[in-house]
Design a protein around this ligand. Structure first.
Ligand SMILES: [Zn+2]
Length: 88
């Protein structure tokens, strides 16, 4: 048995942990369930980050708008990005 350091914090059989050679006992600190949750979270974070990057890039372009029409298009793009970001 091994105690999970993840959100569940439960004592679980070693079969519930993934192999991780970096650790002394050769098994991951977090159980499979928590690991999977962690991966989902990082994927979500990555999506949020992508949203941020998109907004920043758009703002950078917006700093030098060529035409009013173009600027309006970019503002729409930011609004869309923000909506997507909130949905995540
Ligand atoms: Zn766990």
């Amino acid at each position: 048995m091994k105690k999970c350091t993840g959100p569940c914090g439960q004592l679980k059989p070693i079969s519930e942990f993934t192999i991780d050679r970096k650790n002394k006992d050769g098994f991951s600190h977090q159980c499979k369930v928590c690991k999977r949750k962690g991966n989902q979270l990082s994927k979500r974070k990555r999506n949020q980050l992508n949203g941020h990057v998109r907004i920043i890039k758009t703002l950078e372009i917006l700093g030098q708008p060529h035409t009013e029409k173009e600027a309006r298009g970019l503002i729409q793009e930011i609004k869309r990005s923000l909506t997507n970001f909130q949905e995540n």
